[in-house]
Every structure is written in structure tokens, then in C-alpha cells.
Design a protein around this ligand. Sequence first.
Ligand code: 1HN
Length: 346
Amino acid sequence: MTVLSSNDDDRTRYYSVIGEKNLTPLWEVLHSLVPAHPRPSIVPAIWNYSALRNIILRSGSLISASEAERRVLILENPGVRGHSRITQSLYAGFQLILPGEVAPAHRHSQSALRLVLDGEGAYTAVNGERTTMKRGDFIITPAMTWHDHGNTGDEPVVWLDGLDIPLVQSLDAGFAEKATVQTQIEERAEGEALRRYGKNMVPLDFFQSSSDPTPVFVYPYSQTRTALLELDGSAIDPWHGHAFRFVNPSTGASPMPTIGAFVRRLRSGFEARPYRSTDSAVFVCLEGEGTALIGEQKFSFSRGDVLVVPSWSVHQFRASSDAILFSFSDRPVQRVLGLWREEKLS
Ligand code: 1HN
């Protein structure tokens, strides 16, 4: 054939012919399928906890924890409303549990983390061991571990959930089941996991592979905070301040294979250098205040606030008082797949 080009009508007719055969032309979508750099649909955003606290507490009079199974308000990224996600790969929610309530035991292939934001007296049980939830505690429920929550105290407790729901959804690999009991039977005393695995040592015969989740399912904020404060006076990373990543102590890998977690302390007046990486991240301010410049947008954050930094967006934190920021992302997934990139700017 000698036809080198056709007019729009020819193409439209042709597209409808092939469309009926479940075919579509690559040349119309090539550049959005394979962009020169990430073009996230999610956008920078902030949820201001002090403005939301009363609204979250009001959900307590609408539905019980056991009726809801989990009484959670999902943080939906404004760029992708209706998709139950805070980033392309991660879900986040504010979960409320009132005194006397239980959230019944279940398990699923999605991995979850909790970051305790407000109130005292709740617990989470993971595979038969409870941990009392204190503000700032970072707790994990790895894939297919049984978990339930309860509040035996006298005040409402709120935490942030982070799950890899969209990631698992994109792989169509999700399973879930309910336990036959509401509350798991305690199989080990509280603190057992930390005593066995949380002292820079693991039991002599204990070995794991790099994709196994950590047997330490709680990273108490008292330890995290002390570790950060003890870095005072030592070298400060110009991009991250004093920063740690949380690890599985027996492998050095992330606590769970699909979600990485990090914490940083930014001293009052510290201005981080601009930075970007391919893992969209969720930041939570645990202490202090400051501003985040994300792309062209500036956000002021303080205690309890949740911020989203989209993939490959240049961002820069400034602390106006000593600040501690927790964050989580899909970085470990991107790293094992050879996809992760970062850029440190000056
Ligand atoms: C879940 O199991 C929890 O255990 C919270 O607290 C949020 C969202 C979707 C699916 C399972 C929890 C969840 C969830």
C-alpha cells in the first residue's frame, strides 16, 4: 500500500472498527503510558487534625465500631476522589474507637500500619499479642495476621491507618476473612515481641527472608523519640534532618515488604534542602510545627496533621519549632523492583 496518511474521518472510522474487536491504537496513548517522568494523578494535600478532631469524634454517635467493623474516615486524595486512596498505591484512614468498644478480629492480605494520634487506653492485638497504644506509637499488622482492637480506657482514641490496599487491588491479590471470635485470646503477655526481637538481637535459631514482616509489631514512640533526641549534636542530613528508617531487626528490610516507614526530627529553624523521590509519601506531624513547600504549594503543619507529597514532586520542609515527622510510602516495593529514584537538590 502507498497510503502514508489518512484524514481524521478515516481514523475515527478505523478506531470504531477495531474498537469492536477490543483493540485500540497505541499511538493515541503512547506518551501517557510511558511518560518522560512520573505524572501523578494524586496532588499535594494536607488534613489539619485540630480542625478535624471534632468531626472525627462525631462519627462515634453515628455508628458503633462493631457495626462498622472499623469506624474509619478515609483520607481521599483530592486528585483522585472516589478511589479510597491517599497516594496511588496507599490507603489512609482516621480510625476512632470509643471507650468499651471492640473492632472485631479479622485478617487480610493487605498490610496495615497504625500511627496513634490522640487519646489513651486502646490496644491492638496482632496474632495473639496485645500492645497498648500510646500517642506516636507505630504498630504494624502484616499481611494475613489476625488483628483486633479495643478501648479499655475512658477516652476516645484516634489513630491513622495506612494500608497497601490500592497496590494489592492493582494486583488482584486480596483475600480477607473474619475470625470466629470478636477478640483474640491472648497467647503471649504484652511486650513479648519486644523482649524477644526488639533489643538488637533475635532468638538464636530465628531466621527470616527479606520479604518476611518483622516479628516486632510495635515501635514505641518513647524509643523512637529518645533515639531522635540522642542525635542532637551529631551530623544533620541537609535533606532529611536527623532521620531514621524503621527496620525489621532480623533482616534490616522494611517492617513490612510493601510499606516503608521513616521518622525525622527537624530542629527549630532548620530548613531542609529541596528533595524528590519516586515514592509518593504520607507525612504525619507528631510534634512541633513548620511549613512544607510541595511543588509550588506551601502548607503550614502542626501536631497531628497529615500531608501528602506526590511522586517526583520537589519538596522542602522548614521547622518553626522542633518538629518530629513520621512518614510512610511504597519505597520498599519500588526498591526491590528497581524503580526507585531520588534527587537531592541544592
Ligand atoms: C482494617 O483491617 C483496619 O484493622 C483498618 O483497623 C482499616 C481498611 C480496609 C480494610 C481493612 C483495621 C481497614 C482495614
